[in-house]
Structure formats: structure tokens, C-alpha cells
Ligand binder design. Structure first.
Ligand code: SAH
Length: 469
């Protein structure tokens, strides 16, 4: 860390800006959020700078900064967009004992201005030591989206309530109380009825919190998406943030699981195939047990929980036990697979429907209406289809399917190790063998990769063939 982040008190202090053009305006916009006394020096100021001066928000001197202009300044910005003039101005700042920043000149600056997410009194400062401004902007955008605009007002009102909330006793209840307030109820109340409504909401939440001190837990079924953490929904992220217990499938990748609260109990309930597999009944029992002890359980499933995720079996068990639940849908792997090959799952004139089928069910290789599927213009997203590939090909060819029907295999869709294998129904088993597919994979039957994607896939295939030789 070359730069140590601190928050500088500029209340009523002088901040001097040398320059009155666009570059200066960018800094002034940030500085105007403070209660600093801002002095701007620059010949030929932009109209906006003049306007701010007329409004009394800054003092403007329409000439270049001179020795003595920066007396008592706490911060000094050289923002002239001109290296020579900036160097001259910076010397004046230094002589006055101010901390000096030269805009876009990291090495000669004593401090840098971070990207700021402003929910005053909550301020988030983001810095990358100048290494990756794009990254800072992305993080800022993420936070802007995540933090309700009203957070600042809520924080001010909430502050006065801190002592009252201690009545809730244990830390978990307090956390639940504040989470509800900052990420939902507070914001709604503010929009509906202003600050008074916010105070009333705090009272209500407090009473509820005290009364439900030993209240029941519940289960949120959350779709974790195909693997890329950015394909999580905001709701999924929030649920993971609030969960006391996270029960996740084997296919959910580590970066997603890491979004859970540090204190959360995390259990993998993956079905490992043989021996140490979790039985469905054990998973149900664990889920119900935690909920009955008051926990908010997140049942995290890959993709969309409603697609080959045994969702309803688990819902039935919760119903029988009288445990409440909610469902947060996710992006299913077929969607991610289609996106990765530049195709849509349906297309006018190609396939007007898409079957979602599994290669495998409780009995082994799954049976389907092969005759219907073999007709031209049919398409299917086949889950759990790799082991069943030869069987699928046999059945479909037997029922009259064209051996040239495209079948695209997408392994680890949306993950960094994603692979695409372009095959046809005829070549499918052989292509799969060549490629050595081991990760979870979707078969898109009746859908070929789009132009460039096809070329890439073929190259990848050749590569694998070469490896196999
Ligand atoms: N609920 C999940 C599916 C669970 S069944 C969903 O909506 O995606 C498990 C099967 O999903 C795997 O055998 C594989 O066919 C598919 N799958 C899961 N994640 C995948 C991924 N990242 N890429 C390709 N297929 C995936």
C-alpha cells in the first residue's frame, strides 16, 4: 500500500484549486460535497465555475494562482491540464504547507482522490493506487447499485436509535434488525412517509424484534447460477449476506459460497455419487432442524433451483414440517451455455420450442418421446447428458433423427474453464471422448455454435485431438 487511506477534516478549512476548466470542475464537484472554503484561481473560467462563484459556493479569482494565494490551505489541487503550469502551481501549494495533488500525476502528488460512493454520513472511498481506474469505476458502480440512495438519511436517523436497539439483546437479533432497516424497511418508509415514517418503522421493527426473539427460522432457496459469481441475482447476494446457515450443492463454486457471511455455518450437501453421498432425507432433516432453531437457512443450488434441482421434494418436506420458505430463481446452465456460443435458445424458423430434458433420472438413462425429438426443427437442452450420450444418439437415430443434427456441448458454462465442443448427433460420443469432458456440461441438441464461436470450438477440438495423439 503506497497510499494510506484517511478521511481529512476539511470542515471550514481552505481548499485551493488552481485551474478553472473541465479538469478543475471534476474535482470541484467532489469538493462541493464538503463544507470546505474553496478558492479557485484561473484565467478564463468555465461558465459553471463562474456560476458556482455567483452562488457563493466558491470564491473565484480570475487569474493564475500566485505566491501567497494558498496560505492556510489544507489541500491544494493543481488542475490546469498543463504540466508546466501544474508544476508552478504545485510549488506555491507546497510553499504554503498544504497537501498537494496534481491531477493525473500520481508520482508528484502527495495524496490522491479516491472514487467516492456518497451516502453521507456513510462514505465509501475506493483507490487502486492509480493502477486500475476502470476497476475503481466498476467497484463504485457495483456499490452505487447495492447501497440504497437513502442509506445516508437512514444512517443519520439510525444513529439515534443505537442504544435502543441494544434492547434486542443478542448480536444476531441486532444484526437482523439493522439489516431489515437499512436494506428494505427503512428505505420503503422513507419513500412512503419521509423521516417521521422512518422513525415509526424503527419502533415497529424494534417491537417485532423483541417479540420474535425466539421466533421460527425459514428457508430461502437460492439459484446460484451456472458458476460465474456475476451471474448471481442481487436477491441471491442479499440472501447469502443474511443467511445463518448455507447448505449448498457440490456444483456451486467457491467464489459464490464465499459471499456468505463470515459467521454463517456452511455445509456442502453434494451428492458425490457413491459411499459418502447425502441422502435427500438427511438434507431435508438438516434444513428443518436449523430452521426450527430459528436460523435463516439458505439452500443454495446451482443454476435455477427449479430446473433438475429436486426443489419440490424439499418444499414438500418443509410443508410437512411447517417451515416457511421463499424461492429466488437463478440463471439455469442452458441459458449460460447458449450465451457462450452466441445463440438464443429459440429462434423463429429454427426451433419454436425447447425441451428441457435430463439424460439421467432415478432409474438410470432417462426415456423420452424420442420420435417427437427426432423430428427436424426440434431442439433440447439436455442436462446430465454426458454419460448418456451414446444412448441418446442410439435412440434418436433409431427414431429417424438426422445424424447431421448439430449438438453443441458446453462444459463449465460461464466459468473460467468453460469449453465448447461442436459435434453432430452422429459424431457426439466420439467428440466427447476426444475432448475428455469431465466437468458439468449441457448438450444443446439442434443448436450449433454461431460462426466465430464454431471456429473457436473446432480449433479447441483439433487441439484436443493433437493432445490425444
Ligand atoms: N439446477 C441446475 C441443474 C442441476 S442438474 C441448473 O439450473 O443449471 C446438474 C446438471 O446441470 C449437470 O449435469 C449439467 O448438465 C448442468 N450444469 C450445471 N452447471 C453447469 C455449467 N456451469 N455448465 C454446463 N452445465 C452445467
Amino acid at each position: 500500500m503506497r497510499h494510506f487511506p484517511v478521511f481529512v477534516n476539511v470542515d471550514g478549512r481552505r481548499v485551493v484549486v488552481s485551474g478553472a476548466g473541465e479538469t478543475a470542475i471534476a474535482k470541484l464537484r467532489l469538493l462541493l460535497k464538503t463544507r470546505a472554503r474553496i478558492s479557485v484561481f484561473g484565467a478564463d473560467p468555465e461558465p459553471l465555475v463562474r456560476q458556482w462563484a455567483e452562488e457563493g459556493r466558491i470564491t473565484l479569482t480570475e487569474r493564475p494562482v500566485e505566491t501567497g494565494d494558498a496560505l492556510c490551505a489544507r489541500l491544494f489541487y493543481a488542475a490546469n491540464d498543463d504540466a508546466t503550469e501544474d508544476a508552478r502551481a504545485a510549488a506555491i501549494g507546497h510553499a504554503a504547507g498544504a497537501l498537494v495533488n496534481i491531477v493525473d500525476n500520481l508520482d508528484d502528488s502527495q495524496f490522491i482522490t479516491p472514487a467516492i460512493v456518497d451516502r453521507d454520513p456513510v462514505t465509501v472511498a475506493i483507490g487502486t493506487e492509480g493502477a486500475a481506474p476502470v476497476l475503481a469505476r466498476k467497484i463504485k458502480a457495483d456499490l452505487e447499485e447495492r447501497l440504497p440512495a437513502s442509506l445516508g438519511v437512514l444512517a443519520r436517523i439510525g444513529q439515534a436509535f443505537r442504544v435502543r436497539a441494544d434492547m434486542l439483546g443478542d448480536a444476531k437479533k441486532r444484526r437482523a434488525f439493522w439489516t431489515k432497516f437499512y436494506f428494505g424497511a427503512g428505505d420503503r418508509a422513507l419513500k412512503a412517509g419521509g423521516e417521521d415514517a422512518v422513525r415509526k418503522t424503527l419502533e415497529t421493527l424494534l417491537t417485532d424484534g423483541i417479540e420474535t426473539r425466539h421466533g421460527p427460522g425459514f428457508v430461502t432457496f437460492v439459484g446460484a447460477g451456472p458458476g460465474d459469481p456475476e451471474l448471481l441475482t442481487l436477491k441471491a447476494r442479499n440472501a447469502l449476506h443474511e443467511a445463518d446457515v448455507v447448505l449448498h450443492d457440490k456444483l456451486v463454486p467457491q467464489p459464490v459460497i464465499e459471499l456468505a457471511r463470515r459467521e454463517a455455518i456452511v455445509v456442502e450437501t453434494g451428492k458425490k455419487g457413491f459411499g459418502d453421498a447425502w441422502k435427500q432425507d438427511d438434507i431435508n432433516a438438516l434444513m428443518i432442524d436449523h430452521a426450527n432453531r430459528g436460523a435463516h437457512v439458505v439452500r443454495l443450488k446451482s443454476g435455477d433451483p427449479a430446473v433438475f434441482g429436486r426443489l419440490e421434494e424439499e418444499l414438500d418436506a418443509l410443508d410437512r414440517a411447517g417451515v416457511g420458505f421463499q424461492i429466488v430463481p437463478g440463471i439455469t446452465s442452458a441459458s449460460a451455455a447458449a450465451a457462450s456460443i452466441g445463440r438464443s435458445l429459440t429462434r423463429r424458423g429454427r426451433n419454436a420450442s425447447l425441451r428441457i430434458i435430463t439424460g439421467h433420472d432415478a432409474e438410470g438413462f432417462a426415456d423420452h418421446d424420442w420420435r417427437a425429438l427426432a423430428r427436424p426443427g426440434e431442439a433440447a437442452a439436455i442436462y446430465m447428458g454426458i454419460k448418456a450420450a451414446s444412448f441418446l444418439r442410439g435412440r434418436l437415430l433409431m427414431h429417424g433423427a438426422d445424424a447431421e443434427t448439430p449438438v453443441t456441448v458446453v462444459e463449465n458454462a460461464s466459468r473460467t474453464d468453460q469449453r465448447v465442443v461442436a459435434a453432430t448427433l452422429g459424431t457426439l460420443p466420439e467428440r466427447l471422448r476426444q475432448a475428455g469432458i469431465t466437468g458439468p456440461a449441457i448438450l444443446l441438441y439442434g443448436i450449433a455454435p454461431r460462426g466465430a464461436a464454431a471456429a473457436v470450438a473446432d480449433l479447441a477440438d483439433m487441439h484436443h485431438e493433437a493432445e490425444a495423439v
